[in-house]
Design a protein around this ligand. Structure first.
Ligand code: BES
Ligand code: MN
Ligand code: MN
Length: 462
């Protein structure tokens, strides 16, 4: 596209400064203490879409946080791209592990990012990646090169389950009508190895509560004679995997799609260094389901993980006590065909079933979502591949991702269109962790690649 490089070079600093402004807003959707900031981030996104050239921008209120909708329709006969992203972020804690304050963005050089990376909560997930689309639109409108229609739908509740977005999509299918959905909220293999995410895992998330005696007890007077809920919970959790690290919940694997040997061989071609993987995490061995490679374990196979566990005395020193209750939060990552509601039901039945006498258990489901696979023989995929080829000089590798964006399956169901996941993040960006960052290289590459997707998609669709 004309002048893409020179436009980028002229405006680079401003693009970073604007992102900084957005990152300074602590839009943590999970914590009500930040709700004012979440609304503030919504306003920021709305203003930025207006400035970038959308003709109409609406702040759509919901029962929770607003959805920002913006569009620029240049000709109803031309294709329409729907861009989705989120302006909410994960909580910053544990805050003491950050080297710089999470909501005071700063550029630091790292080994992997000698040209610098922006450190802040949301830098990659998803403010930085979402804002690339805003700046790509600005480039196309201000240089008169927008080749098709565009709609933006940016939400503020992705990190807490997108409940209100689901309602919004169901009630606005005409408004949201599109030919392809474009999302940058995933990653790529490496800076010099672009990839397109062709699948997302589903999610079933539950909280469990194990109750023993009706009150906390002296562990000398009662210990050994009544069930200790923490001991019991630990045992129950341990039993959820067998010695091969298969999940033991009856029926759990029934609908899991088994990839053919050819498909697995194809997957194994993606560049991956187990040594570097271990080194980056400072572990001496990987761990997981027997019979599968690391890349299979984190993409095409379902998993079960405890995300948090608590109960009893965790203060300073020692307190001799048997707690009345113990708790855990457990996530199950699902693969296509596994239904999240069904898995939650199976988990609940099994967990209640394995509870020994002397305790009662309560299983409370949290948000979930279905997995997603996107085909590679579509115009959308081809357009994305061509765009990457232009900007990276090498064709992108299709790769199934391990994370979840539960709303994507609903997009397909309600809007009947495919999603293209053009993610520019790296696994090492530490999303959801302390010191989240996003490489300037990745940020600018994204801004550069997106307009080319518009160009090729429009050309191929004609
Ligand atoms: N952007 C992530 C999902 C993601 C990251 C997919 C990297 C693939 C690669 C998203 O914001 C996210 O964190 N999703 C949650 C699920 C949600 C229901 C909280 C997740 O995957 O844990
Ligand atoms: Mn995200
Ligand atoms: Mn996230």
């Amino acid at each position: 596209m004309n002048s893409l490089q020179s436009y980028l070079n002229t405006n680079k600093d401003r693009f970073v400064q604007e992102l900084f402004e957005l990152l300074r807003i602590a839009s943590v959707s999970a914590d009500s203490a930040y709700s004012k900031d979440v609304f503030k981030a919504a306003d920021f996104v709305a203003d930025s879409l207006k400035t970038a050239g959308c003709d109409s921008v609406e702040i759509c209120q919901t029962k929770g946080f607003p959805i920002i909708y913006g569009e620029k329709i240049i000709d109803p006969k031309l294709p329409t791209i729907l861009v989705y992203g989120h302006y909410d972020v994960q909580p910053a804690d544990p805050i003491e592990l950050w080297d710089s304050p999470p909501f005071e963005p700063i550029i630091k050089k790292t080994k992997l990012h000698p040209e610098g990376a922006v450190f802040a909560r949301g830098a990659c997930d998803d403010k930085g990646q979402m804002y690339m689309h805003v700046k790509a639109l600005e480039f196309m409108t201000s240089t008169n090169q927008l080749p098709c229609n565009v709609k933006f739908m940016i939400e503020g509740e992705e990190e807490v389950g997108s409940d209100n977005l689901a309602e919004f999509v169901k009630h606005n299918t005409t408004k949201l009508k599109n030919d392809v959905i474009l999302i940058s909220d995933t990653g790529m293999i490496a800076k010099d190895t672009p990839s397109i995410t062709t699948g997302l895992r589903g999610l079933s998330y539950v909280e469990v509560e194990v109750t023993g005696p009706n009150r906390d007890l002296h562990s000398g007077i009662y210990g050994g004679a009544v069930a200790n809920p923490i001991n019991v919970l630990a045992k129950m959790i341990a039993s959820l995997h067998d010695n091969n690290n298969h999940i033991t919940i009856p029926g759990f694997y029934d609908k899991v799609e088994n990839l053919s040997n050819d498909e697995r061989a194809e997957m194994a071609k993606a560049p991956f260094s187990l040594e570097n993987y271990k080194k980056s995490l400072e572990i001496n061995a990987v761990y997981g389901e027997k019979g599968y490679s690391t890349n299979e374990r984190n993409s095409i196979r379902p998993t079960l993980d405890v995300n948090g566990i608590w109960g009893g005395y965790i203060g300073e020193g020692a307190k001799t006590v048997i707690a009345s209750k113990a708790y855990a939060k457990i996530s199950m990552r699902l693969v296509p065909n596994q239904d999240c509601e069904e898995i939650t039901t199976l988990f609940k039945a099994h967990f209640e079933n394995i509870a020994p006498e002397g305790v009662t258990v309560k299983v409370t489901p949290h948000h979930g979502g279905q997995g997603y696979v996107t085909p590679t023989d579509t115009i959308g995929y081809k357009a994305a591949a061509m765009a990457y080829k232009d900007t990276f000089g090498t064709a992108p590798i299709p790769q199934r991702g391990g994370g979840s964006i539960p709303i994507v399956a609903l997009f397909e169901k309600e809007l009947k269109s495919k999603t293209i996941l053009m993610g520019f993040g790296l696994d090492s960006d530490a999303i959801h962790s302390p010191n989240e960052h996003y490489g300037l290289y990745n940020y600018f590459k994204g801004i550069e690649t997106i307009p080319l997707f518009y160009k090729y998609f429009t050309a191929l669709q004609a």
